[in-house]
Design a binder for this molecule. Structure first.
Ligand SMILES: Cc1ncc(COP(=O)(O)O)c(C=O)c1O
Length: 361
């Protein structure tokens, strides 16, 4: 029997979503192309330039450089690699708030740099004093997150930039998830707002492109030189990517999604997702749960483990934060009807839990 991909109608915790129809179509058309070999596949390679210009426009970068990665993990690893190549330190460290994505642990492991994890404040944002106390002359990179994985929070990016500059380190902003919603908020998060050197911004998350489509942006093209290796058997002379052969589908679908949706489509999607998050937060609060304020379209609430497990048993694809809260990401496929149905299931479970167990005595 052929296994079908699962439907999205109960998926509430993923940071991926159904691709936009234009993105899906482009992915199919470019499936058999490899932007890793631009001498052989020049069309998809030209499309990648378009992808980087569009990403640059979204992220406030006038003269953008970068490439379409396999996802946020690759972009984060490459950002750490650039910083490690740039520093003079023989024992480099990188400083990250505890809200940073686990991909930085992989990066630190692979690249042999020390990962210094600092606490967040009571709003789940990087604690600036803790960052200041952690940087030293061996710090190669300070990491800020613009849209954290667990609570959707935005670190104080300009201040992190100042701290990085004061210790001669670079600043990387991980906007893997937040990058396609933040342009419609007042947050200061991008290259135009702060001394950002590198950024992760993934079309395959809120950008509605097909997987695999991540993004690495760098403030100036010479930063990519830190990643480049010679490519003797290809017609192109060097390659800055981590993977060799790459998916042309990811590149083409990123361009198709961004050309279709930037900016008006993404703006209305943000408004819809944010309204849904606020509706869900309100519904959970009314039922007595403690909810972390959804500053971006992501809701975390302290639903008990037994309720969480019962909701999963009903087929809801939900996940928990490190401290055990229910986590719902209001991605484009998450509709108000889905959320209402989720709350309906929660109510039925609560009613059942509150019915006294019949006793034989
Ligand atoms: C903030 C952030 N950075 C990086 C990643 C890793 O992205 P990927 O899973 O595409 O490698 C994620 C994944 O959810 C994320 O939320």
């Amino acid at each position: 029997m052929q296994i079908e991909p699962q439907a999205f109608d109960r998926v509430l915790s993923s940071m991926c979503t159904e691709p936009h129809p234009a993105a899906r179509d482009a992915a199919e058309r470019f499936l058999a192309t490899n932007p890793g070999d631009p001498g052989t596949y020049p069309n998809v390679s030209a499309l990648e330039d378009d992808a980087i210009s569009l990403l640059g426009e979204i992220a406030g970068l006038d003269d953008p450089a970068g490439y379409v990665t396999s996802g946020g993990t690759e972009a984060n690893i490459q950002a750490v690699r650039i910083a490690r190549e740039r520093t003079d330190s023989r024992t480099p460290n990188i400083v990250m708030p505890e809200s940073g994505h686990f991909s930085f642990q992989k990066a630190a492991d692979l690249l042999g740099v020390e990962l210094r994890i600092v606490p967040t404040d009571d709003r789940h944002r990087a604690d600036l004093e803790a960052v200041r106390a952690s940087v030293d002359e061996d710090t190669a990179l300070v990491i800020g997150v613009a849209g954290t994985t667990e609570y959707g929070r935005v670190d104080p990016i300009p201040e992190l930039g100042e701290i990085a500059q004061s210790s001669d380190a670079m600043l990387h902003v991980d906007a893997a998830w937040g990058g396609f919603v933040l342009p419609f908020t007042d947050y200061e998060w991008h290259f135009g707002h702060a001394a950002v050197d590198t950024m992760t911004i993934d079309p395959h998350k809120m950008g509605q492109a097909a997987v695999p489509s991540g993004g690495l942006l760098v403030r100036s093209p010479d930063l990519l030189d830190e990643l480049a290796v010679d490519t003797p058997y290809l017609e192109s002379t060097s390659q800055a990517t981590l993977t060799g052969t790459r998916s042309g589908a990811g590149v083409a679908s990123a361009v198709a999604a961004m050309e279709t949706l930037w900016p008006a489509g993404y703006r209305s999607q943000y408004v819809r997702s944010q309204n849904n998050a606020e509706w869900l937060a309100d519904a959970l609060e009314k039922r007595g749960y403690r909810v972390a304020d959804p500053t971006l379209p992501l809701v975390a609430a302290d639903v008990p483990r037994s309720t969480f497990d019962a909701l999963r048993a009903k087929g809801w694809r939900i996940s928990r934060t490190a401290t055990g809260e229910l986590r719902v990401v209001c991605m484009p496929h998450v509709s108000r009807e889905m959320l209402a149905s989720f709350i309906g299931d929660l109510d039925r479970l609560e009613v059942r839990a509150s019915v006294p167990v019949a006793s034989d005595d």
